[in-house]
Design a protein around this ligand. Structure first.
Ligand code: FAD
Length: 634
C-alpha cells in the first residue's frame, strides 16, 4: 500500500526561504539520495524535517544505477517507483554483463568478447527474482534518480530542503541537538535546534564531528568515472549495457568499465555513457582534460578523432569501511556516512536507502511518544552487521575479476606479445584453446556471486535488534549469495506471496503480502481460522502503536508455501517489512505472548553477546589486502 507524499494530505505549511523553524523534530544533514529518502520517509509519518545540503540540488554525477528489489519496495512507498520504471530501460536486454578487451575492434585483439553472465534478475533468474518481491529490479543512474526523490521530498516538506547550507558543528544536550549551519553565500551562521539529527553526508563532516572510528580499510584503489557522450554503436555487443575490460596492456590488473545510461537507448546506441577508468591508467596531469580524454580512448580503443564529450569527472577511491558506531547520542549516521565500499555489487545506495527505512519508522515511533528511546539503539544493532556483510561481499566481488585475466594468460610477468599469443590460443581450435576457454568460462561464471546475488540483496537478515529471535536455524544454503529462500524467521523480510482471493486480490489483480504490511505500527499475519482469536488478543494488548491484523485464508496456496507457521500461528511484521516475532502455532495465552513480544521489540530487543559484524570485518580485511596486493604490481 504505497503511501506517497503526493497522496498524503499536505500537513505542513510552506516555509519561506528566510524563515527557519525554532526547533524541529529532525534535521537531516546531506541532500544525497539517502538524506532525501530519510526526509521523505519521516515526512510520510507526519514528522517535520529540515534538510540542509551544502551544494545546490543540481545532480551532476550518474554514480549508482542498480536499484534492487528491496530498495524498489521502499521507493514504491515513497511514490517514486513508477517514475523509476518509466524512466529506466524498458526492454529486457539490460540484464546481462559482459567482459571485453575494448570496444572498437580496430585490430583482432580489440573489441573482443571474453564472456558474459546474466545479471539483475534477467535470463533464467527472472522467475527466482519474481519470487522474492512484488517489485522488479530497476536501473536508473543517480543523475536522474536523485531529482525524482528531491521532487517528492520537496513536495512533502515545502521550503524545508535547503541548499547552500553547510553544517560545521553539533552540540548535544538531553533534550536535543544544536547544529551549526553556515550559509555559504552570505556567510551567516545559525544554530538550529532539533530533537534528533541524521547525518547522511557521505561522512565528509560527521565522521570528525561525531568522532566516528571505522572498521576496515580505506583508499585501496583509485578510480575515475566519466559521464560522457559518444557514439559507441561500433560495439559488437547486442545485449549487455555494462562491460568490464580485460586487456593485454593491463597485465592482469583491473582496467575499467563502461555502462550505457540512456536516457533514450540503453544499448550500444546509448546517447550517454558512464566510463570508469582505473587510477593507474591515468598518465599525465589530472588537471589536464587531455589526460582524461586519453585514458578513456585507451580503455575503449577509440581513434583520436572519434567524437567524445566529457560532461563530468569524478575521482573516488575503493574503501572497505564500516562505522563502529551508527549513533552518537541524538545523532545518527546513514548511507555512505556509515559504510563505504566499492560499487561492485551495487550495494552502496541500496544499503543506504535501507538504512533510511529502518531508521524512519523507529524515529517516527519515538518522536510520537509511542516507543521508548531505547528502540533507536536497535538501528545500529541491525544495520551495522548488514553493512559489514555488504562491504566484505563488495570487496570480494571486486576480486572475482582478476581470475578472468589470469585464465586468459594475462599477468604481471608476461609481455603484451605473450598476451597476444594467449589471445590467439583463446580464439583458436583444438584441445588447448578449448581448455583455456573452459578456464575463462569458469572464471567469468564465478561472477554470478555478484550479478545474481539475490540472497545478498533480498535475503539479508538481522540477528539482533527490535525483534525476538526464535532460535530456528538459518535457511539451508544461506551462506550462498545466490540461493534465496523466503522465510518468516524473525529478522528476515516477510515472504512475498501473491494473494488471489483475499485482502482485495482477484484472479486478475492479485495483491502481495508485502503490500499488506501497514506503513505505521505492526502488522499481524494470521490464518483465517484463528483470526478471531488473534483479533481478541490484539484488542487486549496495551500498546500505543496500531496493530493491523491481516487474515489470510488457508486456500491461499502461495502464502501457505512460504509462511512456515501453521494455521493457528502468527507473524508480526514491522513497517520496514522485517519479521519481528512469530509463533509457529497458537500459544496458550495469546494476549500475554503478544504483549511480551511487543514490549521487548519496542525496547530494542536483547543485546547479543558477540557482535554479528565481527566475522565480516575479518573478511573485509582479507579481501582488501588482496585488492591492494594487485594494485602495487608493476
Ligand atoms: C561510480 C559509482 C557507481 C556506483 N554504483 C552504485 C550502484 O549501482 N548501486 C548502489 O547501490 N550504489 C552505487 N554507488 C554508491 C552510491 O553512489 C553511494 O552509496 C550513494 O550516493 C550514497 O548516498 P548518500 O546519500 O549516503 O551520500 P552522498 O550521495 O555522498 O550524499 C551526501 C551529501 O551530503 C552533502 N554534505 C556533505 N557534508 C555536508 C555538510 N557538512 N553540510 C551539508 N551537506 C553536506 C554532500 O554535498 C552530498 O550531497 C556507486 C558509486 C560510484 C562512485
Amino acid at each position: 500500500m504505497p503511501l506517497s507524499a503526493v497522496d498524503r494530505p499536505q500537513l505542513l505549511p510552506p516555509l519561506a526561504p528566510d524563515e527557519w523553524p525554532q526547533e524541529i523534530p529532525v534535521i537531516v544533514v546531506g541532500g544525497g539520495p539517502v538524506g532525501m529518502s530519510c526526509a521523505l520517509l519521516l515526512a510520510q509519518r507526519g514528522v517535520e524535517v529540515l534538510l540542509v545540503e551544502r551544494r545546490d540540488f543540481e545532480f551532476r554525477l550518474p554514480r549508482a544505477h542498480l536499484l534492487n528489489v528491496r530498495t524498489m519496495e521502499i521507493f514504491h512507498t515513497m511514490g517514486v517507483a513508477d517514475d523509476i520504471y518509466r524512466m529506466g530501460p524498458d526492454h529486457d536486454r539490460w540484464h546481462k554483463v559482459a567482459w571485453y578487451t575494448s570496444v572498437d575492434a580496430r585490430t583482432p585483439y580489440e573489441g573482443l568478447k571474453i564472456g558474459e553472465v546474466p545479471a539483475w534478475g534477467g535470463g533464467d533468474d527472472r522467475e527466482r527474482y519474481a519470487q522474492a518481491s512484488p517489485r522488479r529490479y530497476a536501473n536508473l543512474p543517480q543523475i536522474r534518480l536523485d531529482p525524482l526523490i528531491h521532487a517528492h521530498a520537496s513536495a512533502a516538506l515545502p521550503g524545508r530542503l535547503r541548499g547552500g547550507q553547510e553544517v560545521r558543528g553539533i552540540g548535544q544536550d538531553e533534550h536535543g541537538v544544536s547544529v551549526t549551519i553556515v550559509d555559504l553565500e552570505s556567510g551567516a551562521i545559525r544554530e538550529q535546534r532539533a530533537k534528533y539529527a541524521i547525518f547522511a553526508d557521505g561522512g565528509r563532516t560527521s565522521n570528525d564531528l561525531l568522532e566516528v572510528e571505522f572498521d576496515g580499510v580505506t583508499a585501496i584503489r583509485n578510480v575515475t568515472t566519466y559521464h560522457v557522450s559518444s557514439d559507441l554503436s561500433m560495439w559488437s555487443e547486442p545485449d549487455a549495457i555494462l562491460a568490464h575490460f580485460v586487456h593485454p596492456s593491463g597485465h592482469g590488473r583491473r582496467m575499467g568499465t563502461m555502462q550505457a545510461i540512456g536516457p533514450i537507448n540503453y544499448s550500444r546506441d546509448s546517447e550517454e555513457w558512464l566510463v570508469g577508468v582505473a587510477g593507474w591508467m591515468l598518465e599525465g596531469d589530472p588537471e589536464d582534460h587531455a589526460t582524461h580524454d586519453r585514458a578513456i580512448r585507451r580503455l575503449l580503443n577509440l581513434a583520436d578523432d572519434h567524437p567524445l564529450e566529457i560532461h563530468s569527472i569524478n575521482a573516488w577511491t575503493y574503501n572497505g569501511a564500516v562505522a563502529q558506531k551508527y549513533r552518537a547520542g541524538r545523532a545518527f549516521l546513514a548511507g555512505d556516512a556509515a559504510h563505504r565500499h566499492p560499487p561492485t555489487g551495487g550495494l552502496g545506495l541500496n544499503g543506504g536507502i535501507q538504512d533510511a527505512a529502518n531508521l524512519a519508522w523507529k524515529l517516527g515511533a519515538v518522536l510520537d511518544g509511542r516507543a521508548p528511546e531505547s528502540l533507536l539503539d536497535s538501528y545500529q544493532q541491525e544495520r551495522r552487521p548488514v553493512a559489514a556483510y555488504y562491504t566484505a561481499h563488495s570487496l570480494e566481488n571486486a576480486n572475482r575479476h582478476p581470475p578472468i585475466a589470469e585464465a586468459l594468460g594475462f599477468s604481471d610477468a608476461a609481455t603484451v606479445e605473450d598476451e597476444h599469443r594467449s589471445l590467439d590460443v583463446f580464439l583458436g581450435t583444438g584441445p588447448e584453446p578449448e581448455a583455456m576457454r573452459e578456464r575463462v568460462r569458469t572464471a567469468v561464471a564465478a561472477n554470478a556471486f555478484d550479478f545474481s546475488q539475490l540472497n545478498v540483496e533480498a535475503g539479508y537478515h538481522y540477528s539482533a535488534g527490535a525483534l525476538l529471535p526464535d532460535n530456528s536455524p538459518l535457511p539451508e544454503g544461506y551462506e550462498s549469495p545466490i540461493v534465496f529462500q523466503p522465510v518468516s524467521r524473525p529478522g528476515h523480510h516477510i515472504p512475498h506471496a501473491w494473494l488471489r482471493r483475499s485482502n482485495g486480490g482477484t484472479e486478475a489483480d492479485p495483491v502481495s503480502t508485502v503490500d499488506l504490511v501497514a506503513h505505521e505500527g505492526f502488522t499481524l499475519f494470521v490464518g483465517d481460522e484463528a483470526s478471531d482469536t488473534w483479533r481478541r488478543a490484539v484488542d487486549g494488548v496495551e500498546t500505543t502503536l496500531p496493530i493491523t491484523v491481516v487474515s489470510i485464508p488457508h486456500s491461499e496456496d502461495a502464502w501457505a508455501a512460504v509462511r512456515e507457521v501453521d494455521s493457528s500461528g502468527a507473524i508480526l511484521v514491522r513497517p520496514d517489512w522485517m519479521v519481528a516475532w512469530r509463533v509457529l502455532e497458537s500459544p496458550p495465552d495469546l494476549r500475554t505472548a503478544l504483549q511480551d513480544a511487543i514490549d521487548l521489540i519496542l525496547r530494542g530487543g536483547a543485546r547479543p553477546a558477540e557482535d554479528p559484524a565481527d566475522p565480516f570485518v575479518e573478511r573485509i580485511r582479507v579481501a582488501a589486502e588482496r585488492i591492494a596486493g594487485l594494485e602495487i604490481r608493476r
